[in-house]
Design a protein around this ligand. Structure first.
Ligand code: ZN
Length: 187
């Protein structure tokens, strides 16, 4: 097995353990690792290198489950630790400011960081369509779609495969929002 494959498998296991008790906010409380695996797969399909795919698995470990930069550095090296740090929101900021900071700093993204940010947004928009957070109404979904677009349109690099996926899911969501055909969750 080549080294890249081993690295990705290690990252997948690390992420599964780190996020073991972490759930999405939909009614089914989808295991969070589904989102991480989705981001990693989107990156792999878009031609990302193994380090970046591994970072796809690990991208929320600092922000959401208190893994430190130093732990990632020791386990996975500087490239991956830096990639994860670059997509980590500053949790000392309030929610609104964190969201604004993503818009403000999107333009500073390197090509690989931009790919990671874009894959994350594609996955989050897919979740919004397929398994929306419990209690979110159309208005909140519309606001998230708009905010995500503010970030994405400021990215200085747009991977063609990921951006095509982004446009498809965004179009799908906008059609539903515009047509008010949101299926209400039966539960
Ligand atoms: Zn994420």
């Amino acid at each position: 097995m080549d080294e890249g494959m081993k690295l990705v498998v290690r990252a997948a296991e690390f992420a599964a353990r780190a996020h073991a008790k972490h759930r999405r906010k939909d009614v089914d409380e989808t295991p969070y690792v589904n989102h991480l695996a989705h981001v990693a797969r989107l990156l792999a399909d878009a031609g990302a290198d193994a380090q970046l795919v591994a970072a796809g698995y690990l991208h929320d470990t600092i922000e959401d489950v208190c893994v430190t930069y130093d732990t990632l550095l020791a386990e996975f090296g500087q490239d991956i630790a830096d990639l994860v740090l670059a997509v980590t929101d500053d949790k000392t900021l309030r929610w609104q400011l964190r969201k604004q900071a993503q818009i403000d700093h999107a333009g500073e993204s390197t090509e690989r960081v931009a790919a990671l940010k874009l894959a994350d947004k594609v996955s989050n928009l897919c979740s919004l369509r397929d398994t929306p957070p419990h209690g979110w109404d159309m208005d909140e979904i519309a606001k998230y779609v708009e905010w995500a677009h503010c970030v994405v349109t400021r990215l200085p690099h747009l991977n063609a495969v990921l951006y095509a996926g982004y446009q498809a899911i965004r179009g799908d969501l906008l059609a539903r929002i515009g047509g008010s055909q949101w299926e209400s969750n039966p539960r």
